[in-house]
Ligand binder design. Sequence first.
Ligand code: FES
Length: 107
Amino acid sequence: MTEYTVEFVGTEETVTVSEKETILDRCIDEGIAQEYSCRVGMCLACSAKIVEGEVTQPASRGLTEEEREEYALTCMARPQSDLKLRRGEYPPSIEAEAGEQTAAADD
Ligand code: FES
């Protein structure tokens, strides 16, 4: 079983994740405060920007095809190399959705 190092850029947090487990599962086991909610690839709460490295993740309703190249849904993504991820950056589709909700709330 191959294991990879996943580093969260801008933090002191690094976790070792096997190719067979999700990044989020390992974060939870290690007590790393990775945000999440649904754990099934729908809400995007667990998203992280891929700064370096590759993941495998199934197509989900949450991310577009292009976004899957740049963002990891940590509840679904398994590392395929050592990784550097940046938390707190969300894909454009969720930013647009949040903007629509804010606009609707302002009406
Ligand atoms: S926790 Fe909802 S998409 Fe990962």
